[in-house]
Write a protein that binds this ligand. Structure first.
Ligand SMILES: [Zn+2]
Length: 387
């Protein structure tokens, strides 16, 4: 009997990385099964049988050489293997050559089942992982090339891509803790070249960020990127307390660019500059960022509310600049929640933070669902009004 194996998302990506990929993969195809439904999967006592059933249909009824898709994501968030990744899938006729095909179990047409929870999260993370691995950002819905609703008329592609590209707002409250920021910096560079202690610098980022409503953890991640984890070596030198390359333009000599009298003022200037990109709302404290007026005159104030909007603005050409910051932020957030932030041994507190974070993640997904619902309803109203 043809067997199928299920993986948790992270182990599936590990597994994929361990394979030797012998063909070019550029297009990530997304389908819903329509049948089997989520309900059918939930009711099945042997989940592998559900995948086996699809294999049987594809090979025996349709006469394909193997199950059509490379993976199937089930409602419990598991990733089931399928056709050999080095084989072209039976995904969308005429578009299969460079495709990686994903099936999601469920019927996601409007009014039917809902893509949510563990399955939604797994699909989003799977596509992020495939984008990374295959250096692409090309997501294809089956309906892009066929007169079908697949992967479901309830899914909005633009919104789906927003989620995958992690639109993260610069304004807001820091999510990472002091200890996570410290742990990650020191794990990469144990001796950062700073004119303050690491602890003091992190306090400045969190305090100055809070003061202006800017996420201090994002600004800190950006500083790590800009200074090479405070190793420097570019135009800016450590004595300048300039953590974001302010005024250091391409072609400048070492030591050029802005200098700040203290680390705190350097952080303040960085936060103000970031705020300038994120919002038109002026800084609350007197402006110490020598480049703030430049932003203003160039009409750039408030033009980059999301981290990835900095691409081509803060950094030119800056492709992947914001993504690089978000990757560092992810690493920071993956540090264990222990250390200076918590009372030693207070496991309950740590657990509580963990649970709250999980709840926030779940709520974010709920919000996405409601946004989609709202989007669909307004679309229907518009259609109705046109009739
Ligand atoms: Zn399809």
């Amino acid at each position: 009997m043809r067997r199928f194996q299920s993986y948790k998302l992270e182990s599936y990506l590990e597994h994929l990385k361990s394979l030797k990929i012998t063909r070019e993969i550029k297009d990530i195809h997304l389908h819903h099964t329509w049948k089997p439904t989520k309900k059918g999967y939930h009711l099945a006592s042997n989940k592998e049988q559900v995948i086996y059933g699809m294999w049987k249909y594809h090979t025996e009824t349709l006469g394909w050489q193997d199950i059509g898709q490379h993976v199937t994501v089930s409602p419990d968030g598991l990733v089931w293997d399928g056709r050999d990744v080095n084989q072209v899938p039976a995904s969308i006729m005429g578009y299969n050559q460079k495709a990686f095909a994903i099936e999601m179990i469920g019927n996601f047409d409007k009014g039917q089942e809902v893509l949510e929870g563990a399955q939604y999260e797994a699909v989003v993370k799977l596509i992020q992982g495939l984008f990374d691995l295959f250096k692409t950002d090309h997501l294809v819905f089956h309906r892009d090339h066929a007169s079908k609703t697949c992967p479901g008329s309830s899914l909005d592609k633009a919104m789906f891509l927003d989620r995958i590209h992690r639109k993260v707002k610069i304004m807001g409250t820091a999510v990472a803790t002091h200890s996570q920021m410290k742990q990650y910096l020191l794990s990469v560079n144990p001796s950062p070249k700073l004119n303050s202690s690491v602890d003091a610098l992190i306090v400045y980022y969190l305090e100055e960020g809070d003061m202006e409503g800017v996420r201090g953890d994002i600004a800190f991640a950006q500083a790590l990127k800009e200074t090479g984890f405070f190793r420097y070596g570019g135009i800016v030198t450590p004595d300048q307390n300039n953590y974001a390359g302010l005024g250091a333009l391409a072609g400048s000599k070492p030591g050029e660019g802005a200098s700040f009298p203290t680390p705190r003022i350097g952080v303040r200037a960085h936060i103000q500059h970031l705020k300038g990109y994120a919002t038109k709302e002026p800084p609350k404290q007197p402006v110490v960022d020598p480049r703030y007026a430049v932003l203003q005159n160039a009409g750039l104030l408030g033009t980059a509310p999301f981290v990835t909007d900095l691409n081509g603005k803060w950094a030119v050409p800056g492709k992947d600049y914001g993504e690089g910051i978000l990757k560092i932020l992810d690493k920071i957030l993956s540090m264990p929640l222990t250390g200076n932030d918590t009372v030693p041994g207070n496991q309950m507190f740590i657990e509580e933070i963990k649970q709250l974070r999980e709840r926030v993640a779940a709520l974010e997904m709920e919000i996405d669902r409601y946004k989609l619902l709202f989007h669909n309803i307004s679309h229907q109203i518009q259609t109705f009004q046109r009739q």
